[in-house]
Design a protein around this ligand. Structure first.
Ligand SMILES: [Zn+2]
Length: 297
């Protein structure tokens, strides 16, 4: 039994920039590599372009441009991905360096990003991230930018957004997902979603890529497949079974679920899931829920 896996978030572009790597191949610093995607049965991988807000750069745009180049020159053209029919997709994580600069946004539209977030954890001129005041909503510029993204059928990623921002985005007409977040009722971290948020995403036919970061699964530095199962059951119990997918955050953290340290570990997760869930549910989690979300446009 084989399962085609979709993963809606990894930070390998950031890692490549950080370590000045110009080729996408096996490297001791990289968790996501073509061979590991192949081994794990990943068929769609979303690659995030990360706006490096925490490094104190006055302007992260040159670093964003470099990650775009890396995607175009080393990932979109990668032979192993082509041979294995693994589709690389592009997203934006954090938009502090873009603000309402349409020229910069155009560059991302031209690169066919399929989703974008307004913030990482910070507050910026568009919105407020999840580590800041939860009651501050989108700014006027932020609201306009979300409308522009929706008009281009680019999904809005709320994984790092604060609570009021989440509700402001949901009030607008367009596709909304959390590319890498879990359930806050099980693990009280601002990166996770409250029950009402999960229910609202279910009503809007959105998507949640569950994230393998142990701190977001159980609040500790270690986690197991059981922890993932608990989040699956919780989201499904809220009427969100059709939301559930995978958003690993590989290369965005050094902590990992035991047995799922890199994409090749998806074999272990599938083995675990198939013992507990119906095959059709596992197929929904691994790829079909995301396909439904993508085609909702
Ligand atoms: Zn993130």
């Amino acid at each position: 039994m084989t399962f085609a896996i979709t993963d809606t978030h990894c930070d390998v572009l950031w890692k490549m920039w950080e370590h000045k790597l110009e080729t996408f191949s096996e490297h001791s610093e990289l968790t996501v590599t073509p061979e590991k995607l192949k081994k794990g049965g990943v068929k769609k991988q979303v690659f995030a372009i990360f706006d490096p807000v925490f490094l104190g750069h006055s302007d992260g745009w040159p670093i964003i441009k470099k990650q775009l180049e890396l995607f175009q020159n080393t990932i979109a053209t990668n032979q192993t991905l082509a041979d294995e029919q693994i589709t690389p997709l592009l997203s934006l994580e954090g938009a502090m360096s873009l603000g309402d600069d349409e020229k910069r946004w155009e560059r991302l539209y031209d690169s066919n990003i399929i989703m974008a977030s307004l913030t990482w954890n910070e507050k910026n001129e568009l919105a407020t991230g999840c580590k800041e005041d939860p009651t501050e909503g989108l700014t006027e510029k932020g609201r306009l930018q979300v409308k522009r993204l929706f008009a281009r059928d680019i999904a809005l990623d709320v994984s790092h957004l604060n609570e009021q921002g989440f509700w402001d985005v949901l009030a607008l007409e367009g596709r909304v997902l959390a590319s890498h977040s879990n359930a806050r009722a099980l693990c009280d971290h601002p990166r996770n979603l409250r029950n009402e948020q999960i229910q609202a995403l279910a009503e809007k036919q959105g998507f949640i890529g569950l994230v393998w970061h142990p701190l977001f699964l159980n609040g500790s530095e270690e986690a197991a497949c059981d922890d993932i199962g608990r989040h699956i059951d919780h989201v499904a119990g809220l009427g969100g079974k059709e939301l559930i997918g995978f958003g690993s955050d590989f290369d965005g953290t050094t902590l990992a679920v035991t047995g799922l340290e890199d994409p090749s570990g998806y074999c272990n997760l599938i083995e675990w899931l198939i013992k507990r869930y119906k095959e059709e549910d596992v197929r929904a989690f691994t790829s079909q829920n995301f396909e439904r979300f993508l085609n909702n446009g």
